[in-house]
Design a protein around this ligand. Structure first.
Ligand SMILES: [Zn+2]
Length: 376
Protein backbone atom coordinates (compact mmCIF):
# COMPACT_ATOMS: atom_id res chain seq x y z
CA UNK A 1 0.00 0.00 0.00
CA UNK A 2 1.23 3.48 -0.82
CA UNK A 3 0.98 6.03 1.99
CA UNK A 4 0.73 9.42 0.25
CA UNK A 5 0.24 12.41 2.47
CA UNK A 6 0.04 16.10 1.52
CA UNK A 7 -1.57 18.52 3.95
CA UNK A 8 0.84 21.41 4.38
CA UNK A 9 -0.41 24.95 3.99
CA UNK A 10 2.45 26.85 2.33
CA UNK A 11 2.68 30.58 1.63
CA UNK A 12 5.56 30.96 -0.83
CA UNK A 13 6.94 34.10 -2.45
CA UNK A 14 8.58 37.49 -2.06
CA UNK A 15 6.99 39.25 0.90
CA UNK A 16 5.28 36.09 2.16
CA UNK A 17 6.49 37.01 5.66
CA UNK A 18 3.54 39.42 5.88
CA UNK A 19 1.35 36.32 6.08
CA UNK A 20 2.76 35.33 9.47
CA UNK A 21 0.17 37.26 11.51
CA UNK A 22 -2.80 35.94 9.52
CA UNK A 23 -1.36 32.41 9.69
CA UNK A 24 -1.12 32.58 13.48
CA UNK A 25 -4.60 33.99 13.94
CA UNK A 26 -5.97 31.44 11.50
CA UNK A 27 -4.59 28.74 13.75
CA UNK A 28 -5.97 30.43 16.86
CA UNK A 29 -2.47 31.01 18.26
CA UNK A 30 -2.55 34.02 20.57
CA UNK A 31 0.83 33.76 22.31
CA UNK A 32 3.48 31.97 20.26
CA UNK A 33 7.00 31.14 21.43
CA UNK A 34 9.48 32.17 18.75
CA UNK A 35 12.31 29.62 18.44
CA UNK A 36 15.47 30.67 16.65
CA UNK A 37 19.25 30.88 17.07
CA UNK A 38 21.77 33.59 17.86
CA UNK A 39 22.87 33.93 14.22
CA UNK A 40 19.34 34.72 13.04
CA UNK A 41 19.01 37.36 15.75
CA UNK A 42 22.37 38.89 14.84
CA UNK A 43 21.42 38.97 11.14
CA UNK A 44 18.37 41.10 11.96
CA UNK A 45 15.95 38.48 10.64
CA UNK A 46 14.37 37.86 14.05
CA UNK A 47 13.31 41.51 14.31
CA UNK A 48 11.70 41.33 10.88
CA UNK A 49 9.76 38.23 11.87
CA UNK A 50 8.65 39.70 15.19
CA UNK A 51 7.52 42.81 13.36
CA UNK A 52 5.49 40.71 10.94
CA UNK A 53 3.00 39.40 13.43
CA UNK A 54 4.68 38.22 16.62
CA UNK A 55 5.67 41.55 18.17
CA UNK A 56 5.14 40.70 21.85
CA UNK A 57 6.16 37.06 21.60
CA UNK A 58 8.76 35.57 23.95
CA UNK A 59 11.90 34.37 22.15
CA UNK A 60 14.11 31.31 22.66
CA UNK A 61 17.30 32.01 20.68
CA UNK A 62 19.63 29.36 22.12
CA UNK A 63 19.10 26.64 19.49
CA UNK A 64 22.40 24.75 19.06
CA UNK A 65 23.86 23.79 15.64
CA UNK A 66 22.30 20.36 16.11
CA UNK A 67 19.21 20.49 18.36
CA UNK A 68 19.56 18.71 21.69
CA UNK A 69 17.17 17.34 24.27
CA UNK A 70 18.54 19.86 26.80
CA UNK A 71 17.68 22.74 24.45
CA UNK A 72 14.17 21.33 23.90
CA UNK A 73 13.69 21.17 27.69
CA UNK A 74 14.95 24.75 28.12
CA UNK A 75 12.63 26.06 25.39
CA UNK A 76 9.74 24.04 26.83
CA UNK A 77 10.28 25.63 30.24
CA UNK A 78 10.04 29.08 28.64
CA UNK A 79 6.97 28.01 26.63
CA UNK A 80 5.21 26.99 29.83
CA UNK A 81 6.39 29.94 31.91
CA UNK A 82 5.10 32.35 29.26
CA UNK A 83 1.78 30.57 28.83
CA UNK A 84 2.36 29.97 25.11
CA UNK A 85 -0.12 28.19 22.84
CA UNK A 86 1.96 27.62 19.70
CA UNK A 87 5.39 28.11 18.14
CA UNK A 88 7.01 30.12 15.37
CA UNK A 89 10.27 28.49 14.22
CA UNK A 90 12.65 30.86 12.45
CA UNK A 91 15.88 29.61 10.89
CA UNK A 92 17.32 26.52 9.27
CA UNK A 93 16.47 22.95 10.16
CA UNK A 94 17.69 23.19 13.74
CA UNK A 95 15.20 25.76 15.10
CA UNK A 96 12.38 24.09 13.16
CA UNK A 97 13.23 20.65 14.58
CA UNK A 98 13.67 22.08 18.06
CA UNK A 99 10.26 23.77 17.83
CA UNK A 100 8.75 20.42 16.81
CA UNK A 101 10.29 18.85 19.91
CA UNK A 102 8.73 21.55 22.11
CA UNK A 103 5.37 21.21 20.33
CA UNK A 104 5.47 17.49 21.07
CA UNK A 105 6.41 17.69 24.76
CA UNK A 106 4.04 20.62 25.40
CA UNK A 107 1.16 18.23 24.86
CA UNK A 108 2.53 14.76 25.69
CA UNK A 109 3.79 13.33 28.99
CA UNK A 110 7.25 11.96 29.73
CA UNK A 111 10.64 12.26 28.08
CA UNK A 112 11.50 12.71 24.40
CA UNK A 113 12.98 9.22 24.02
CA UNK A 114 9.55 7.64 24.45
CA UNK A 115 8.48 9.19 21.15
CA UNK A 116 11.50 8.31 18.96
CA UNK A 117 10.56 6.51 15.75
CA UNK A 118 13.02 3.63 16.16
CA UNK A 119 11.79 3.09 19.73
CA UNK A 120 8.19 2.66 18.62
CA UNK A 121 7.14 6.23 19.37
CA UNK A 122 5.31 7.12 16.14
CA UNK A 123 1.79 6.08 17.28
CA UNK A 124 2.26 7.83 20.62
CA UNK A 125 2.39 11.26 18.94
CA UNK A 126 -1.15 12.61 18.72
CA UNK A 127 -3.02 15.51 17.16
CA UNK A 128 -2.74 17.35 20.48
CA UNK A 129 0.78 18.49 19.41
CA UNK A 130 1.03 22.28 19.67
CA UNK A 131 0.79 24.15 16.33
CA UNK A 132 4.05 25.23 14.68
CA UNK A 133 4.46 27.89 12.00
CA UNK A 134 7.82 27.46 10.24
CA UNK A 135 9.68 30.37 8.67
CA UNK A 136 12.77 28.97 6.89
CA UNK A 137 15.76 31.28 6.45
CA UNK A 138 17.92 28.75 4.61
CA UNK A 139 17.11 26.78 1.47
CA UNK A 140 17.91 23.22 2.38
CA UNK A 141 16.25 21.49 5.27
CA UNK A 142 12.68 21.13 4.03
CA UNK A 143 11.75 20.60 7.68
CA UNK A 144 9.16 23.36 7.26
CA UNK A 145 6.96 20.82 5.46
CA UNK A 146 8.44 17.61 6.88
CA UNK A 147 7.04 15.28 9.49
CA UNK A 148 10.39 14.55 11.19
CA UNK A 149 12.48 16.23 13.87
CA UNK A 150 16.07 15.09 14.47
CA UNK A 151 17.13 15.68 18.04
CA UNK A 152 20.22 14.53 19.95
CA UNK A 153 19.27 12.93 23.26
CA UNK A 154 21.20 13.27 26.52
CA UNK A 155 22.85 9.88 25.88
CA UNK A 156 24.31 11.11 22.58
CA UNK A 157 21.94 9.35 20.17
CA UNK A 158 20.59 11.59 17.40
CA UNK A 159 17.10 10.18 16.84
CA UNK A 160 14.23 10.89 14.50
CA UNK A 161 10.78 11.86 15.84
CA UNK A 162 8.28 11.25 13.08
CA UNK A 163 4.58 11.92 12.83
CA UNK A 164 2.15 13.74 10.55
CA UNK A 165 1.22 15.68 13.69
CA UNK A 166 4.73 17.20 13.71
CA UNK A 167 4.30 18.78 10.27
CA UNK A 168 4.17 22.56 10.79
CA UNK A 169 0.59 23.75 10.38
CA UNK A 170 1.87 26.53 8.14
CA UNK A 171 5.11 27.26 6.27
CA UNK A 172 5.97 30.85 5.40
CA UNK A 173 8.58 30.65 2.64
CA UNK A 174 9.91 34.10 1.77
CA UNK A 175 13.05 34.06 -0.41
CA UNK A 176 13.81 37.59 0.87
CA UNK A 177 14.91 36.02 4.18
CA UNK A 178 17.58 33.93 2.41
CA UNK A 179 19.28 36.80 0.53
CA UNK A 180 21.86 37.36 3.26
CA UNK A 181 22.85 33.72 3.73
CA UNK A 182 26.67 33.50 3.32
CA UNK A 183 28.07 31.54 0.32
CA UNK A 184 29.34 28.50 2.23
CA UNK A 185 26.06 28.06 4.15
CA UNK A 186 24.16 28.55 0.89
CA UNK A 187 26.23 25.74 -0.61
CA UNK A 188 25.96 23.39 2.37
CA UNK A 189 22.24 23.83 2.97
CA UNK A 190 21.61 23.70 -0.79
CA UNK A 191 23.38 20.36 -0.99
CA UNK A 192 21.05 19.11 1.75
CA UNK A 193 18.13 19.92 -0.56
CA UNK A 194 19.89 18.21 -3.47
CA UNK A 195 20.48 15.12 -1.33
CA UNK A 196 16.84 15.02 -0.19
CA UNK A 197 15.67 15.00 -3.80
CA UNK A 198 18.19 12.32 -4.84
CA UNK A 199 17.66 10.03 -1.85
CA UNK A 200 13.86 10.21 -1.81
CA UNK A 201 13.76 9.58 -5.58
CA UNK A 202 15.95 6.49 -5.13
CA UNK A 203 13.93 5.18 -2.18
CA UNK A 204 12.20 1.96 -3.23
CA UNK A 205 8.81 2.97 -1.76
CA UNK A 206 5.98 3.39 -4.29
CA UNK A 207 4.98 7.05 -4.37
CA UNK A 208 4.98 8.50 -7.92
CA UNK A 209 3.83 12.01 -6.85
CA UNK A 210 6.78 12.25 -4.45
CA UNK A 211 9.17 11.06 -7.19
CA UNK A 212 7.92 13.70 -9.60
CA UNK A 213 8.38 16.40 -6.96
CA UNK A 214 11.88 15.11 -6.15
CA UNK A 215 12.99 15.20 -9.79
CA UNK A 216 11.59 18.70 -10.30
CA UNK A 217 13.26 19.89 -7.10
CA UNK A 218 16.58 18.37 -8.15
CA UNK A 219 16.46 20.08 -11.56
CA UNK A 220 15.75 23.45 -9.92
CA UNK A 221 18.47 23.01 -7.29
CA UNK A 222 21.27 22.01 -9.66
CA UNK A 223 20.35 24.84 -12.04
CA UNK A 224 20.43 27.46 -9.27
CA UNK A 225 22.86 26.39 -6.54
CA UNK A 226 26.06 27.68 -8.11
CA UNK A 227 24.42 30.99 -9.02
CA UNK A 228 23.06 31.42 -5.48
CA UNK A 229 26.52 30.72 -4.04
CA UNK A 230 28.32 33.05 -6.49
CA UNK A 231 25.84 35.92 -6.02
CA UNK A 232 23.62 35.81 -2.95
CA UNK A 233 21.52 38.71 -4.33
CA UNK A 234 20.48 36.69 -7.40
CA UNK A 235 16.76 36.70 -6.63
CA UNK A 236 15.81 34.08 -9.21
CA UNK A 237 18.45 31.67 -7.90
CA UNK A 238 17.34 32.28 -4.29
CA UNK A 239 13.70 31.64 -5.14
CA UNK A 240 14.56 28.46 -7.04
CA UNK A 241 16.68 27.16 -4.16
CA UNK A 242 13.94 27.84 -1.61
CA UNK A 243 11.43 26.02 -3.83
CA UNK A 244 13.84 23.09 -4.34
CA UNK A 245 14.32 22.82 -0.57
CA UNK A 246 10.56 22.86 -0.04
CA UNK A 247 10.12 20.18 -2.69
CA UNK A 248 12.82 18.05 -1.07
CA UNK A 249 10.83 18.29 2.17
CA UNK A 250 7.59 17.35 0.44
CA UNK A 251 9.17 14.07 -0.64
CA UNK A 252 10.47 12.99 2.80
CA UNK A 253 7.43 10.76 3.19
CA UNK A 254 9.05 8.41 0.64
CA UNK A 255 12.02 7.89 2.94
CA UNK A 256 15.66 8.95 2.67
CA UNK A 257 18.66 6.64 2.43
CA UNK A 258 22.21 5.80 3.45
CA UNK A 259 23.49 9.38 3.22
CA UNK A 260 21.08 10.43 5.95
CA UNK A 261 21.47 7.18 7.90
CA UNK A 262 25.14 8.17 8.22
CA UNK A 263 24.78 11.94 8.58
CA UNK A 264 22.32 11.62 11.47
CA UNK A 265 24.73 9.85 13.88
CA UNK A 266 27.64 11.98 12.63
CA UNK A 267 25.54 15.05 13.44
CA UNK A 268 25.02 13.67 16.95
CA UNK A 269 28.75 13.86 17.76
CA UNK A 270 29.51 16.37 20.51
CA UNK A 271 32.97 17.00 19.08
CA UNK A 272 33.33 18.07 16.38
CA UNK A 273 29.90 19.61 15.84
CA UNK A 274 29.20 18.85 12.19
CA UNK A 275 26.87 20.64 9.77
CA UNK A 276 24.14 18.39 8.37
CA UNK A 277 24.16 19.68 4.79
CA UNK A 278 27.94 19.62 4.56
CA UNK A 279 27.95 16.03 5.80
CA UNK A 280 25.44 15.04 3.13
CA UNK A 281 27.47 16.69 0.36
CA UNK A 282 30.55 14.78 1.51
CA UNK A 283 28.76 11.43 1.88
CA UNK A 284 26.68 11.56 -1.31
CA UNK A 285 29.33 10.43 -3.87
CA UNK A 286 30.31 7.29 -1.92
CA UNK A 287 26.66 6.32 -1.34
CA UNK A 288 25.80 6.89 -5.02
CA UNK A 289 28.69 4.60 -6.01
CA UNK A 290 27.39 1.93 -3.60
CA UNK A 291 23.74 2.17 -4.70
CA UNK A 292 24.27 2.13 -8.47
CA UNK A 293 23.85 -1.66 -8.98
CA UNK A 294 20.47 -1.52 -7.22
CA UNK A 295 19.04 1.47 -9.11
CA UNK A 296 20.49 1.47 -12.64
CA UNK A 297 17.26 2.58 -14.33
CA UNK A 298 16.69 5.45 -11.93
CA UNK A 299 20.31 6.55 -12.39
CA UNK A 300 19.46 6.89 -16.10
CA UNK A 301 16.54 9.20 -15.22
CA UNK A 302 18.75 11.23 -12.88
CA UNK A 303 21.32 11.68 -15.68
CA UNK A 304 18.58 12.93 -18.00
CA UNK A 305 17.26 15.37 -15.38
CA UNK A 306 20.79 16.65 -14.80
CA UNK A 307 21.45 16.95 -18.54
CA UNK A 308 24.32 14.48 -18.40
CA UNK A 309 25.35 11.98 -21.09
CA UNK A 310 24.19 8.38 -20.63
CA UNK A 311 27.61 7.15 -19.52
CA UNK A 312 28.29 9.98 -17.04
CA UNK A 313 29.20 9.04 -13.47
CA UNK A 314 26.72 10.51 -10.97
CA UNK A 315 29.13 10.15 -8.03
CA UNK A 316 31.82 12.04 -9.96
CA UNK A 317 29.29 14.68 -11.03
CA UNK A 318 28.22 15.45 -7.45
CA UNK A 319 31.80 15.27 -6.18
CA UNK A 320 32.81 17.88 -8.76
CA UNK A 321 29.80 20.05 -7.85
CA UNK A 322 30.78 19.99 -4.16
CA UNK A 323 34.34 20.94 -5.05
CA UNK A 324 33.16 23.86 -7.20
CA UNK A 325 30.95 25.01 -4.31
CA UNK A 326 33.96 25.10 -1.99
CA UNK A 327 32.73 22.31 0.30
CA UNK A 328 35.17 19.98 2.12
CA UNK A 329 36.69 17.08 0.19
CA UNK A 330 35.89 14.47 2.84
CA UNK A 331 34.99 13.68 6.44
CA UNK A 332 38.66 13.91 7.45
CA UNK A 333 38.78 17.50 6.24
CA UNK A 334 35.71 18.17 8.44
CA UNK A 335 37.61 16.89 11.47
CA UNK A 336 35.87 13.51 11.85
CA UNK A 337 38.18 11.22 13.83
CA UNK A 338 38.88 7.70 12.54
CA UNK A 339 38.13 6.29 16.00
CA UNK A 340 34.39 7.09 15.84
CA UNK A 341 33.68 5.40 12.50
CA UNK A 342 32.83 1.93 13.82
CA UNK A 343 30.24 3.33 16.23
CA UNK A 344 28.75 5.60 13.55
CA UNK A 345 28.41 2.58 11.23
CA UNK A 346 26.60 0.67 13.97
CA UNK A 347 24.24 3.58 14.62
CA UNK A 348 23.57 3.98 10.88
CA UNK A 349 22.13 0.45 10.72
CA UNK A 350 19.60 1.54 13.39
CA UNK A 351 18.69 4.87 11.77
CA UNK A 352 15.17 5.17 10.34
CA UNK A 353 16.58 6.29 6.94
CA UNK A 354 18.56 3.05 6.44
CA UNK A 355 15.40 1.09 5.67
CA UNK A 356 14.67 3.02 2.46
CA UNK A 357 18.15 2.95 0.93
CA UNK A 358 17.76 1.23 -2.46
CA UNK A 359 20.54 -1.22 -1.63
CA UNK A 360 20.51 -2.63 1.92
CA UNK A 361 23.71 -1.91 3.83
CA UNK A 362 25.21 -3.94 6.66
CA UNK A 363 27.28 -2.45 9.45
CA UNK A 364 30.45 -3.48 7.57
CA UNK A 365 29.16 -1.83 4.39
CA UNK A 366 28.31 1.39 6.25
CA UNK A 367 31.84 1.33 7.67
CA UNK A 368 33.29 0.93 4.17
CA UNK A 369 31.18 3.88 2.98
CA UNK A 370 32.49 6.01 5.85
CA UNK A 371 36.10 5.03 5.08
CA UNK A 372 35.57 6.00 1.44
CA UNK A 373 34.00 9.30 2.44
CA UNK A 374 36.91 10.14 4.78
CA UNK A 375 38.90 11.26 1.71
CA UNK A 376 42.58 12.01 1.79
ZN1 LIG B 1 18.83 16.37 5.31
Amino acid sequence: MADIFYLSHIRFGWGALAELGPALSGLGVVRPLVVTDAGIRAAGILDRVLGAGAAAAPVFDATPTNPTEAAVEAALALYRAEGCDGLVAVGGGSPVDLAKGVALLAAHPGQLAGYAAILGGVPRITASTAPVVAVPTTAGTGSEVGRAALITLEDGRKLGFISPHLIPKAAICDPELTLGLPPLLTAATGMDAVTHCVETYLSPRYNPPAEAIALDGLARAVAAIERAVADGRDRTARQEMLMAALQGGLTFQKGLGAVHALSHPLGGLKEPSLHHGTLNAVLLPAVLRYNEPAAAEKYGTLRRVLGLPGDASLPNHFQALSTRLGLPSGLRAMGVPEACLADIARQATLDHSAATNPRPASEAEFLALLREAMGT
